[in-house]
Every structure is written in C-alpha cells, then in structure tokens.
Design a protein around this ligand. Structure first.
Ligand SMILES: C[S@@+](CC[C@H](N)C(=O)[O-])C[C@H]1O[C@@H](n2cnc3c(N)ncnc32)[C@H](O)[C@@H]1O
Length: 308
C-alpha cells in the first residue's frame, strides 16, 4: 500500500519543494554521469510527481517514471503528459521491471529508499535497480544523511503558507531522529477556517500565540498595544490534519553492501549535489553512485534476487 502522505498529500509534497531550484542544483550532476556512462534510457524509480524524469526526457533520453503511489503517477501525467519516450508506471521499486537490463541508468532519489519499510525490502529494491540496467549501467541512490540530524530532538524544517484546493493553508514540517530511524511529521492548518473560528470566538490569546515566537521586547507589535491580548478568553482549537512517516536510516556501509550484493562494481559516495564530499556528521545527503559489473551476466543477477 502506498504511504498515506504520498497518496493523499500530493499537493503538499509539491508545494514543499522549490522544483526549479532543486532541478538546477541536481541536474548537472546527473547530466555529467549520464554522459560519462553513455545513458540513453533511464528508469526513475519512486519518481513522485516526475520532475526529474521529465527533465531527463527533455535532455532527449527515453525515460520511465515508476512509483508506488497512483496519485503521484496521475500527477506526473497531468504535469508532464505522455509524449513519445516518456512513460509512467505504477510499480513498487522492489518489484522487477518487465525487461531486465533494458535501461542504462536507474535513479532513486528524494530519500525514497528510506520509505521501503524495512531493510530487507530496501535490499530487494536495490537489487531490482541494478537488475533493471545493462552491465556497466549506472545506479544513483540518494537518501538523507540522517547522521547529521541530532538524536531525539525535534527539528522544525518548514513553515509555509500556500493555497491548496483554493484555500489558504499553513504547512509545518518537522523531523526527528531516534537511532536508525527518522520520523517526519507534517501538519496542515486551514487558515480560512482558522480565521473564521477565531473571529467567532472573539478576541483570544490563540489568535496570536501560534506564530513565530519573538524574544521579549522584539514582538512585531509594541507590547501593550494589543487590546485583544488582554482578554483572557479561551483559546480556539484550530482545524488541522497531520501525517507522520517513518523513514529508514542507512549507514554508508549498509548502502554499499546492498549495492555490492546487487552487482555493483565501482562505487562513489557524495554528501550533496554537485559532487560534494561525504562527511558523516555534516553532509545533508548520502548519495551512492554505482555501476553494475560488466562481467556479471543477467542470469546470475536473477539468481541473486531469486525473483524471476
Ligand atoms: C519523497 S518522494 C520522492 C519523489 C521523487 N523521487 C523526488 O525526488 O522528488 C518519495 C516517493 O517514493 C514513493 N514510494 C514510497 N514507497 C515506494 C515503493 N515501495 N516503491 C516505489 N515508490 C515508493 C512515494 O510514493 C513517493 O512518491
């Protein structure tokens, strides 16, 4: 079953990412790797709304975008269409592609592998990524470097206001790490309903207390000028929805071992785009760039995965 957040909160995911900026930052590294490897056919597995897949297609490549979430694939089709050479498929990354070795490259980015649920499924997904490419083909896996997150403490990452379904909404995102897992919490507050609820309830502290917290003496309004605040009416309970996800953490060794067992020959590690060196305590990302062994026959990969 697709994760709730990616099945029902496609709009929220879309809004949380600055796509032009992200593609500008990430694109050049993929372009260079594709050119180095002579890539013509790309599988973007866990493609989400398909912005990377569409960018690769614009570069003249044949691309398949696959995702577990039907809603994500529908959004990808709505955004990018289905021109020749760009196709979309609902398929989990741990399932085999119909034609082993068809692609020259597989990418699995945006921390998608962390959604595998357990390490066994993640290992199977990595096996299928290598199985999908020809010998010498390229596999790029990007996950968050969770070791840069402080243990236990909640880290607020986003506070955005945006229109969703024609209504103003507030989106809050927080993450926290507990050992080898990361928990992501999203909160969506309907601002139109909130405004009405506050007005119905009259002046109350709730109207002002859910915003950015400024140190005493640095409030936006001069202290004592808000007559509303002096009224000790009950706070208003605002309408909100929440989604939480558990993300798997991967160490460098785990990722490398999964790739090695899947048939990787040469591997490189990066800590961010483009080509940033990986440093476990500070890097934002953990990016594995690997090439499938030239010598490993497709048949032996099949017996390793035991799936076909
Ligand atoms: C954070 S989004 C990343 C999307 C895109 N790759 C990007 O970089 O923006 C994670 C995506 O992984 C998908 N996903 C989660 N579990 C999956 C699975 N088992 N197989 C395929 N896709 C999966 C979700 O539906 C979602 O679209």
């Amino acid at each position: 079953m697709a994760r709730e957040v990616f099945e029902h909160w496609v709009d929220v995911y879309e809004l949380m990412v600055d796509w032009p900026r992200r593609l500008e930052r990430e694109g050049p590294m993929f372009r260079r790797l594709f050119e180095q490897t002579g890539v013509r056919r790309v599988l973007d597995t866990a493609c989400g709304p398909g912005h990377h897949a569409a960018m690769f297609h614009q570069w003249g490549l044949e691309v398949e975008g696959a995702d577990l979430s039907q809603a994500m694939i529908q959004r990808a089709i709505a955004l990018h269409g289905q021109p020749p050479g760009l196709r979309w498929t609902v398929r989990p990354f741990q399932d085999p592609t119909p034609e082993p070795g068809y692609f020259d490259a597989t990418v699995c980015i945006g921390n998608s592998l962390a959604l595998a649920g357990d390490h066994q499924t993640a290992a199977e997904a990595v096996r299928q990524m290598f199985r999908a490419v020809r010998p010498g083909g390229l596999v790029v896996i990007q996950v968050l470097n969770l070791w840069a997150l402080p243990e236990g403490k909640l880290c607020w990452q986003k506070c955005l206001a945006a229109q969703i379904g024609g209504k103003p909404k507030l989106i809050l995102k927080a993450v926290h790490r507990a050992g080898q897992q990361v928990f992501v919490d999203l909160l969506l507050v309907d601002l139109a309903d909130a405004e009405q609820a506050v007005q119905r309830a009259g002046p109350s502290p709730g109207q002002y207390e859910s915003g950015r917290s400024a140190p005493p003496g640095q409030e936006d309004r001069a202290p004592g000028t808000e007559t509303a605040r002096s009224n000790p009416a009950s706070p208003v309970s605002l309408p909100w929805q929440a989604q939480s996800e558990v993300l798997l953490g991967f160490s460098v060794e785990q990722l490398q071992q999964m790739a090695h067992q899947a048939g990787a020959e040469k591997m490189l590690l990066y800590g961010g785009y483009p080509d940033q060196p990986y440093q476990s305590q500070t890097s934002k990302d953990l990016i594995l760039v690997a090439w499938r062994s030239e010598n490993l026959a497709l048949g032996s990969l099949r017996s390793v995965s035991g799936r076909v």
